[in-house]
Design a protein around this ligand. Structure first.
Ligand SMILES: [Zn+2]
Length: 92
């Protein structure tokens, strides 16, 4: 099992369809649980999600694209410099 500090090189598909080399990190189960609760909160109160953006990309004026989704089986955030992910269920 990886700790939350583990990074690994990964490739993601950028907005132009080209592959980007990024650092990939697995989220902890606590973070995954929090993100799923956040999504449920938004649904419960009929709120729209604020854009989740990478500070490094924003401040570094890198290409501004991001991809963020949370499902029951997977969580993924990716931008021009990294990927955060979680695979699997979160225990109650
Ligand atoms: Zn970034």
């Amino acid at each position: 099992m990886s700790s939350t500090n583990d990074f690994a090189p990964a490739q993601i598909v950028g907005p132009d369809g080209k592959l980007l080399q990024v650092q990939s990190r697995q989220l902890s189960m606590a973070d995954a649980k929090l993100l799923r609760e956040y999504k449920k909160f938004l649904l419960r109160h009929r709120l729209r999600e604020a854009p989740v953006r990478c500070r490094d990309c924003f401040e570094g004026n890198r290409e501004d694209f991001h991809h963020f989704f949370v499902t029951d089986s997977q969580i993924q955030y990716s931008c021009g410099c990294r990927q955060l992910f979680y695979q699997g269920q979160t225990l109650a």
